[in-house]
Design a protein around this ligand. Sequence first.
Ligand code: GAP
Length: 520
Amino acid sequence: MPRQTNMAQQEDVFKKIVSHCKEYGFVFPSSDIYDGLGAVYDYGQNGVELKNNIKQYWWQSMVLLHQNIVGIDAAIFMHPTTWKASGHVDAFNDPLIDNRDSKKRYRADVLIEDQMAKYDEKIDKEIAKARKRFGDAFDEAQFRATNGRVLELQQKRDALHERFQKAMNANDLDELKQIIIDEEIVCPISGTRNWTDVRQFNLMFKTEVGSTAEGTSTIYLRPETAQGIFVNYLNVQKTGRMKLPFGIAQIGKAFRNEIVARQFIFRMREFEQMEMQFFVKPGTELEWFSKWKQTRMAWHQALGFGAENYRFHDHDKLAHYANAATDIEFHMPFGFKEVEGIHSRTNFDLSQHAKYSGKKIEYFDPETNESYTPFVIETSIGVDRMFLSVMCHSYCEEQLENGETRVVLRLPAALAPVKLAVLPLVKKDGLPEIAQEIVNDLRFHFNCKYDEKDTIGKRYRRMDAIGCPYCVTIDHDTLNDHCVTLRDRDTMEQHRVPIADLQSIIEDKVSITSLLKKLL
Ligand code: GAP
């Protein structure tokens, strides 16, 4: 992503990424022919390959690289008591507020967070102006500590942050409304401050199972995959003869009736999670929490997007059952945003399920001859947010020497939807046949695409735009020397290589294994 200097430019880049996703078959609005469905998206022919590669990278890093982590695939529908036990029926809420004039509904916490972001933007603007004025001599830390305007804005922001945290921790809905009034926050649509009171709104989707004749019961679409792991703890521990510490991993859909659906696939109503619950001996959880923080950060950074684009954000407000929690945030075009959560959830979930099911959910420790309820460290990452972070970092508009602009997705080769494009220079003289033979040979090893339409230059651009790391061109010399021209997406360098060597040159660089090896 080109370095941007202000918010407007960043928004512009983001818009381009969204339309690129549609134009090149990565992400479409759901039910597009009916003008879409809010906060629901479909993955296209290239998107699904990239998404599958992300999932494979995560799955293999968990299940292949750890002898003590196994996977499951639980159903989306679960017994309704699950959600009573987990606390989601009573407490999985967002604080909502309506504007009476526009009739639009907002999340009160998001309105306030946006207000804090506005203070940050104003501070950034002051800094950018000063940097321009002072040039190389500019000292940002000193400017922040001494400039009157910046200090005033920072003080207002900090005071707002403190007040907001207090209101959220105390679940004080009146105070949230008062903050909105005191900060003079207006509805972005009507521009007025005609607000209703703040109310709680449960995010779970409800549906019914059973026919009317038999009677129906209300069930929920799961809002997280984690509970499918907790309710299977005993099954997996016993049948897998698992010893603590051990983990259960799962990838699957989750559903939340998000009111503020924004930023494309960042906040969706139907999305996918990759979650791993790691069961440990009580008292060792904070040590494991710290280990998983490092392990997960290493997983992200192995993609090569630069350590400066990630940060931990430790939670100020801990859920009542958690004793530590952090987010891994990634630098998106709209700021640092949460991609993954790592939580030390104590024994809350297993104890609650034991209470509500009446089953003993414990672990017998053969070393100490005692039984106890394991504590849990959870790592929880959204596939779609991860996808968005990969797209945002990889999208690049590049000025070429000949004055043209090329759009290239600099995807990590192991995640790219297509690894090799096979391009006959012309559609005759036996060149397409050789190209097809290459595809037929290599398709067992990685995803290859045959393309014979348009000029070779246009075909290269199409492949750059979907992030294909390698192209080979078959020309008339190939008929005699059995070599092809191999082109590298990023450097655009080309060199001749024997057809017989293609597999060994490419396979290692584009495999998920190449990423996994960086983790060891
Ligand atoms: N089991 C813990 C849990 O669900 P969370 O922080 O609510 O924790 C974990 O969600 C991850 O799921 C987030 O870090 C994010 O990547 C993803 N996620 C959550 N809500 C989402 C949404 N509405 N759209 C897309 N991804 C979402």
